[in-house]
Structures are given as structure tokens and as C-alpha cells.
Design a protein around this ligand. Structure first.
Ligand SMILES: *[C@@H]1O[C@H](CO)[C@@H](O)[C@H](O)[C@H]1NC(C)=O
Length: 589
């Protein structure tokens, strides 16, 4: 029974990941076998998300228009705005084909207008054959044909396909014979196919799409080295603080004579530092429900990112369209247990009573925020008739995954967390009456500490941000997940160290409102990422139009939201461990 259930789940997941679609998946062909050429999307080159169905432009359509074959490539693929349609252009394995007509069309005013707009805006299109992407431009850019009032469109395509044994290795598409777009003219679109044997092994065929010079540039190594130095410096700083704060406690243990103890006591009273707040430091934070939910979600996200990176490295998933998104969604659903566990345990330890409400906030907070942003973007995409609009069915699948996997796991996690990790265990008792907080220097105010806190973590990742942004917005395949893993770990360490230092300063200023300060000190990293993304948008991309701008900032917002929750939670937990450690030996009368 259980086995059958497990098998069903695995089958469902395989279907989601698109593993179930057969024949193209073993990538082996006999001479003369059909290699399906799929058309995917078309759109302005500078706006990577502004994509349309290939046949939205008046290209030659496959003959029986009602029987077009679609390919279900998995959830991730659909969410990324792909829709593969069989072009019905004949492509036979290792069979050269001389020039052949696709169709002849009479250009009326509408078609001329559509094509002209497409060429003017540098429309390019994407095909797939044997899972290999093929790109081409609709027409030569108008700058190339300066001094000519006509706009041209390519009418001939040559597919040069390299094969090795029974495998397709790579495909070159050459667009030729540009013809002027004039109303009333008749254009004949043609294509031809040439096969060529090469000795490149199948396993290395994807290397062609990887930009080694870009990703393995010196600067990338240098930035890692730099961040590493920062880690060493910060961990040094934190150890020093720990030594300083704990030294006296150890001294107390070794101090045998009473005088020594007395002088120590005096020492402690003179010190107007963190020890004075022992009666308040474990006072439950304001908005405990929200903090618990954020911390649960943050830990979940950290674990999620870690697992996605490891799975991607293990399976070289970047070669397959959309798989990473699918893995991400499934891992999110599965890690919901951890989110619930951490949030439920934390909430119970702080003696919160509304645990159901907290669980609901934990389960909904991040998905709902992302869903709202995605909803707005989707509405825009539908309005523009773009392929980026997610079809209704896929939305339902995502909702079902959330409802039947993520939510129950979060609930279960909360219950387990409350029972196993929910006993209050603060090292110091909380005083009944809160102490007043002395007015201190401006730079020791919580919001300044919170704001400054994000600077160093941001500094440790911003070069990587450049690489990630460039792969996402400028058509580069991101494949250096080893770097990613390193930077991710560095980010976590730096965030923890910085928030610990911030918390230490705050407590020394006798301000015990450290909970939200620690969280915000980590979370403010994403504020700087947001600012950086504005810089990147203005300086490094040529995006135009409302559609692409909305998508750029919508996606960035989702990313920053996740980043802030994750960094905030990790920073907070680091500080919590620190605070518990330093107050453990404080003797209260
Ligand atoms: C495709 O283009 C590349 C680079 O221009 C070339 O090295 C390769 O031989 C071409 N392949 C075929 C099958 O023509």
C-alpha cells in the first residue's frame, strides 16, 4: 500500500518534471528518423521576458492548423514561459535536404506592419530540436541596411546539423536572402538541411552554450577570494568579542578568593554594558507571530537554496529547460516541514499562545507574497498576449502542490516543533517591569545598525549578483554552481557575524530590543541588492517598455523578498545563539 503510494508520488513528480515524455529523451536516432523541430517563442532581443507565441507573427503556419502538436515539457518550463509547438518542418536524421519551400505568402498591410515592427525591435526566435536551442533573428537589424528605406526579412533558413553516430551534437541556423517588406509583394520562405559528422562526444555537446571566458574570468575568482578574506576578518572579530565578554566569566570560575570575586563584582557593576540588560534581553519580541513565521520561512529558504544547488550540481540540471524551477518548487514543498518545525518551536519557546495563527502565517507568508507579485505580472502578460503568461492549468498545479504537500507538511512541522523543541529554556529570567532604555549615540540606534548590517553581506555577494543577473537577463547559461555554493555559504557566515557584532553593540548600549534589529540587520542585505538591481537595469541592460520593466522589477522583488527573509532569519538565529551563550554564565541574584 505504502509502496504503491510512493510509486504514484514518484510518477506524478516525474510527470511534473517532464521526464515522462518519451522518445526524444534517449536522444538516439536511426538514419531517416524524424527529428522534430519545435518552435518556441519570439520577442525583442533586449527584453528577455517579453516573449510571444512564434505564430503570433504571421509566419508560415503548419498545414492543418487545428492539429498542432504541443509538447508538455514540465511545470518549470511552462512557468518560464515556454510553449513548444511542432513546426512540422521535415528534419530527418542524417538526411540532407536541398532547398525546399515552406510556404509562399502574399504580404498585405497587416503582415508588413507586424513584420516591420518585429524587425525594428530586433525580434529573435527560439526553436528546439533534440532539446538543443536554436536561435535566429527575424530580419537584419535596420542599422545594417542604413540608407535604405525598406525593412528586410530573412526568407531562407539553413540548418547545419552536426551528428556523431546516432546522436545530434549541435545545430547551426543561418538566416539568409533578406527580402524587402512591401505590401502586395509575394514572399517564398524556404529552408534546407545539411548534416555533417563531427567527433565531439554527446556528453560534451552542451559546452557550446557555456561562456567559459565570462564565468571563469579572473574577477570571479578574485571576488571569491575577497569575500573569503572578509569571512576571516569577521569571524576574527566575533571571536574577539566572545573572548572579551566571556573572559570575566571564566575568570570568575577560577577566582578562588573572595577578594578576587569582590573586585570582579565591582568590575561588573562599573561596566554599563550588556550585562545590565539580563532581565530584559529574553523578553519576547514584539509581533512574535510574524517573527516566528519569518524565521521558519528563512531557515526553510536557506535549506531550499542549499538543496537546489546540490541537486543542480549533482544532476547538471542547467542543461535542461525549466528543470531547476521544477526542482525548486518541489523542494520548497518538501522543506515546508522544516519551516513549520523551526517556526513552531521558536514560537513555543517564547511562550506564544496563538500557534495556529503562527502556523498559518508561516505557511502563507512567502508563497502568498510571491503569488501576489506573480499575479500582477501574469495579468500584465495576459494583457500583452505574451507567452510569459502562465496557463491556468499550471497555476492550478502549483496551488495543488501548495495545498496538499506544502501546507500539511508545515502543519505537521509546527506540531512536531512545538512538542520536541518548544520548552522555554532562556538562560536568564525576564524581569516583570521592562527597564528604560538610555538614549545613546545615533550610531547605536537600532535602525542604523539594521541599515549598516546589510552592507557587508551585500559586499560579499555583489560580484556574484552581477553574474547571476547577467545570466538571467542577458541570455547566458549559469553553470558555475560551485561558485554559487561557495558564495552562498560565505553570505550566510558573513550575515551571522555582522548581526552578532550589531547585536553586541546594541546590547552594550543597554538596548534590549535586539530581536528585530538582528533580523533587519541581516535582511537589509536585500535592500542593497534592490538598489544594485536598479543600477544594473539602467547601466547594463537595454530593456524597454512597461512589460519588461514590470517583469524585471517584479522578479527582482520576489528574489529580494526571499533573500531578505533568509538572511534575516539566519542572522537572527546566529545572534540568538550568541546572546544565549554570553548570558549563560551571568549569575542573577
Ligand atoms: C557551426 O558553427 C560553428 C562555429 O561557427 C562551426 O565551428 C561548426 O563547424 C558549424 N557546424 C556545422 C555543422 O556546420
Amino acid at each position: 500500500m505504502r509502496g504503491a503510494q510512493a510509486a504514484a508520488v514518484v510518477a506524478a513528480l516525474a510527470l511534473l518534471a517532464g521526464l515522462a515524455s518519451a522518445d526524444e529523451h534517449n536522444h538516439r536516432y536511426q538514419v531517416g528518423d524524424v527529428v522534430t523541430l519545435w518552435v518556441n517563442k519570439v520577442g525583442p532581443y533586449n527584453n528577455p521576458q517579453e516573449t510571444y507565441n512564434y505564430y503570433l507573427l504571421p509566419f508560415c503556419k503548419p498545414k492543418p492548423a487545428d492539429k498542432t502538436r504541443h509538447k508538455w515539457g514540465g511545470l518549470g518550463e511552462v512557468l518560464q514561459g515556454n510553449e513548444l509547438i511542432d513546426s512540422q518542418l521535415e528534419l530527418k536524421f542524417r538526411t540532407d535536404m536541398p532547398k525546399r519551400d515552406i510556404c509562399t505568402m502574399n504580404l498585405d498591410d497587416d503582415k508588413v506592419e507586424d513584420f516591420t515592427e518585429a524587425v525594428r525591435r530586433h525580434y529573435w526566435y527560439e526553436f528546439f530540436a533534440d532539446e538543443l536551442p536554436i536561435w535566429g533573428f527575424v530580419g537584419p537589424p535596420p542599422e545594417q541596411t542604413k540608407g535604405d528605406s525598406n525593412v528586410y526579412i530573412y526568407t531562407h533558413k539553413t540548418f547545419d546539423i552536426a551528428y556523431n553516430g546516432d546522436r545530434v551534437i549541435h545545430i547551426n541556423l543561418t538566416s539568409e536572402s533578406p527580402q524587402p517588406l512591401t505590401s502586395g509583394a509575394s514572399l517564398t520562405f524556404t529552408y534546407q538541411v545539411q548534416w555533417k559528422a563531427v567527433s565531439i562526444p554527446f556528453v560534451r555537446r552542451f559546452e557550446r552554450y557555456l561562456d567559459f571566458n565570462f564565468f571563469e574570468h579572473q574577477i570571479h575568482w578574485f571576488s571569491i577570494f575577497n569575500s573569503f578574506m572578509m569571512v576571516i576578518f569577521l569571524t576574527g572579530l566575533v571571536s574577539m568579542i566572545l573572548l572579551r565578554t566571556l573572559r570575566k566569566d571564566y575568570a570568575r570560575y577560577t577566582a578562588r578568593d573572595a577578594e578576587d570575586l569582590e573586585s570582579l563584582e565591582r568590575d561588573m557593576n562599573e561596566e554599563s554594558g550588556w550585562k545590565l540588560v539580563h532581565g530584559d534581553v529574553f523578553r519576547p519580541p514584539k509581533y512574535l507571530e510574524v517573527l516566528a513565521a519569518l524565521i521558519g520561512t528563512g531557515v526553510q529558504l536557506a535549506l531550499l537554496v542549499l538543496s537546489v544547488i546540490l541537486i543542480t550540481i549533482a544532476g547538471t540540471l542547467f542543461v535542461e529547460r525549466g528543470t531547476i524551477v521544477t526542482v525548486f518548487i518541489i523542494c520548497y514543498a518538501l522543506t515546508s516541514f522544516v519551516g513549520g518545525y523551526v517556526s513552531g518551536g521558536f514560537y513555543a519557546r517564547n511562550e506564544g499562545k496563538n500557534w495556529i495563527q503562527t502556523m498559518l502565517v508561516t505557511a502563507c507568508l512567502f508563497p502568498l507574497s510571491c503569488f501576489s507579485i506573480a499575479f500582477v505580472l501574469n495579468t500584465i502578460a495576459i494583457f500583452y498576449q505574451s507567452l510569459a503568461a502562465v496557463p491556468f492549468g499550471s497555476i492550478v498545479i502549483v496551488l495543488l502542490i501548495w495545498m496538499f504537500i506544502s501546507f500539511p507538511l508545515c502543519l505537521f512541522g509546527t506540531v512536531v516543533g512545538r512538542n520536541w523543541a518548544g520548552a522555554p529554556d532562556h538562560p536568564c529570567r525576564v524581569k516583570r517591569i521592562p527597564s528604560p532604555i538610555p538614549d545613546k549615540k545615533w550610531y547605536l540606534r537600532p535602525h542604523i545598525i539594521a541599515l549598516v548590517g546589510g552592507l557587508l553581506p551585500f559586499g560579499s555577494i555583489f560580484i556574484e549578483m552581477y553574474f547571476i543577473f547577467t545570466s538571467f537577463w542577458n541570455y547566458k547559461v549559469y553553470y558555475v554552481y560551485g561558485f554559487f555554493l561557495l558564495v552562498f555559504l560565505i553570505l550566510l557566515i558573513v550575515t551571522v557575524c555582522v548581526t552578532i557584532v550589531g547585536t553586541y553593540f546594541l546590547l552594550n548600549a543597554e538596548n534590549y530590543h535586539w530581536h528585530w534589529t538582528a533580523f533587519s540587520a541581516g535582511a537589509s542585505t536585500s535592500l542593497y541588492v534592490m538598489l544594485y538591481s536598479v543600477h544594473y537595469f539602467v547601466m547594463k541592460t537595454k530593456m524597454t517598455g512597461f512589460f519588461q520593466t514590470a517583469f524585471y522589477f517584479g522578479y527582482t522583488l520576489m528574489f529580494c523578498l526571499g533573500l531578505s527573509i533568509m538572511c534575516g532569519a539566519i542572522g537572527y538565529l546566529g545572534s540568538l545563539a550568541f546572546v544565549r551563550r554570553i548570558f549563560r554564565n551571568v549569575k542573577v541574584d
